[in-house]
Ligand binder design. Sequence first.
Ligand SMILES: [Zn+2]
Ligand SMILES: [Zn+2]
Ligand SMILES: [Zn+2]
Ligand SMILES: [Zn+2]
Length: 439
Amino acid sequence: MYELVVRRFFATLAPSAVWEHLRVVADADGERLKSNGKRLVEEGYHAVYPYFNTSENHVPAVEEGEALALADARIEAKQTQPPRRYGQSRLIETMEDLGVGTKSTRHNTIEKLYDRGYIENDPPRPTTLAKAVVEAAEEYADLVVSEEMTSELEADMTAIADGEKSLDDVTDESREILDRVFDDLASSREEIGEHLRTSLKADKTLGECPDCGETLLVRSSRTGSYFVGCDGYPECRFTLPLPSTGEPLVLDEACEEHGLQEVKMLAGRNTFVHGCPLCAAEEANESEDRVIGVCPDCGEEHDGELAIKQLQTGSRLVGCTRYPDCEYSLPLPRRGDIEVTDTYCDEHDLPELVVYDGEDDDDPWELGCPICNYEEYQERQRKKGLEVLDGIGPKTAEKLEDAGIDDVGDLSEAEPETVADEVAGVSADSVREWQAKAD
Ligand SMILES: [Zn+2]
Ligand SMILES: [Zn+2]
Ligand SMILES: [Zn+2]
Ligand SMILES: [Zn+2]
């Protein structure tokens, strides 16, 4: 940044650059053919400021009226490229230009679109769901999606604040607009529903079922977890598991081996690409459990052993070989090669693990003994500030801290009734809810 500033300053003092342009216009049996050449004669400020393009384009020198020989003729079919997608800052600028939202809400609006699965990736790309909602709204209630309505409302708010319009005028007007919108929406209820249903189904489609040729879809179970199931159910019972974190989003990219669309799990900051679910399942089936020690829960009594396991959902863990009879398990990172070292933990008699993840093989993650690692992780979670819990904002956190509850660990051990008595505006039920989340 400093160099840019310095060079920019030098450039203002440097001489101008001199370019020579040559424009050749040829007549080929009535067709006008053009060619533009440019040459940097004196580089001037370009010598100190290299951030502008100085590429030259040479055209042979020709005299006016000269006859040129035809070397080659080709007919090429080309298509115009779609404009590049807006990045987030450009998007915010555009909202500003259209008068949509305020300085403090625009960024938030974009976050919300990510959270609700209307856009993904960076630069943001609309999902099929987003397109379907906009299409349906445009067709059946175009007022809602018109940016004019939003910006008009914003302008009216400002007018009220400036004393140019009365609150009653604006609310009457808005009420009238909203009445119209709701009439539109209510009368085309069926069509909108049908449109969304069709599009959403397309949004959940992964490709052909390897068992029966019907369509594989992302589905959710009664418990709210997601999996891949066949549209031919109940005749075809083919399923594939999906990771338990986040909400699945079907991507445009498809697996080369199976032709299935890849899946991304949307989970805020923990969002990750799961990839082809069939690949993940096959990988798990092919990988063998690596036994690393004795199970602390059932080893003595039943000879249970701990092993590194790869699950069909793509996640990995250290679990007991007697699963499901023994459910002892420790989490492992989803990615990277796990190496089992010869160094053993004195306390747990388990080998220390090292994870090699991608780029930097010289600097792997020394995870250590999986039990120690998990205990440290839990301790860190306990020490985290109260605001990691959903529903606790900065103000509530401050009030709780005043009552001597400084972190998630304190909150877990607190007596809900006592907290409710001591802290104004906090009910015993909300304390119980937070405690449930903390665990
Ligand atoms: Zn099937
Ligand atoms: Zn695959
Ligand atoms: Zn066990
Ligand atoms: Zn240990």
